[in-house]
Design a protein around this ligand. Structure first.
Ligand code: AMP
Length: 224
């Protein structure tokens, strides 16, 4: 299966991508995670991307196209992949179509997860991540813990630099102006699968799988 998980920051793309990746045994490609790792490791890519990321702005389309092309050549991606955070501009979507054609990868569906803006701001300001396993938690789930509930790492929780209210509002504005046209682009191609993101995590996962099966007419094999 090849899908794009799409939606505003905080809508649950990362959480759903991790669950689906482990249930379906296909890689989760998060462009945000790739860029954060590059920033942390001070690679040339990280140094170039850092300022835009800190300001909540988008990294250039050229950089993103190179990252995705490099990733899709990996052999684990042959049987499928879940894209999280890409494409984010219409130019990225157009270039991505060309890349799919070049790599002879069949067309893919875009799962558009939605939630209202206040819910998103709430979720993002309370978002914490583990710097070892990269799982995401709500602050209230982990505020009295020192160990990560997923991997057991000690004192590994952190808040992303771009999860402050001011930067969150800017990221939501950029989503509306730059990223929404991507949705229109895939809508014109009849490739959008809409999903309500305001529901318990497991329910959203089930709704995504059911909706993809219904749209493609193919049963998805899932492991527990
Ligand atoms: P995310 O974790 O997906 O919210 O991404 C964090 C930040 O990485 C974004 O605010 C952008 O600065 C950058 N980024 C991630 N994916 C892309 C993309 N497809 N195009 C441009 N910038 C991106």
């Amino acid at each position: 299966m090849r899908i794009i998980l799409f939606g505003s920051p905080g809508v649950g793309k990362g959480t759903q991508a991790k669950i689906l990746s482990s249930k379906l045994h296909i890689p989760h490609i998060s462009t945000g995670d790739i860029l954060r790792k590059a920033v942390l490791e001070r690679t040339p890519l990280g140094i170039q991307a850092e300022q835009s990321m800190t300001n909540g702005e988008l990294v250039s389309d050229e950089i993103m196209a190179a990252i995705i092309e490099d990733k899709l050549h990996c052999k684990e991606c042959k049987s499928g992949f879940i894209l999280d955070g890409f494409p984010r501009t219409e130019a990225q979507a157009v270039d991505f179509d060309k890349l799919l054609k070049k790599l002879k990868i069949p067309d893919m569906y875009l799962v558009a997860i939605s939630a209202n803006e206040e819910e998103l701001v709430q979720r993002l300001t309370n978002r914490r991540a583990c710097n070892v396993c990269h799982n995401i938690f709500n602050y209230n789930e982990i505020k009295n813990r020192t160990k990560c509930p997923s991997c057991g790492a000690e004192n590994s929780f952190y808040q992303r630099d771009d999860d402050t209210e001011e930067v969150i509002r800017r990221r939501l504005e950029i989503y509306k102006s730059t990223t929404k046209p991507v949705l229109d682009y895939y809508e014109k191609k009849g490739k959008v699968i809409p999903i309500n993101g305001v529901a318990p995590v497991e329910e959203v996962t089930k709704n995504i799988i059911d909706a993809i099966e219904e749209r493609t007419g193919k049963k998805i094999t899932i492991s527990a």
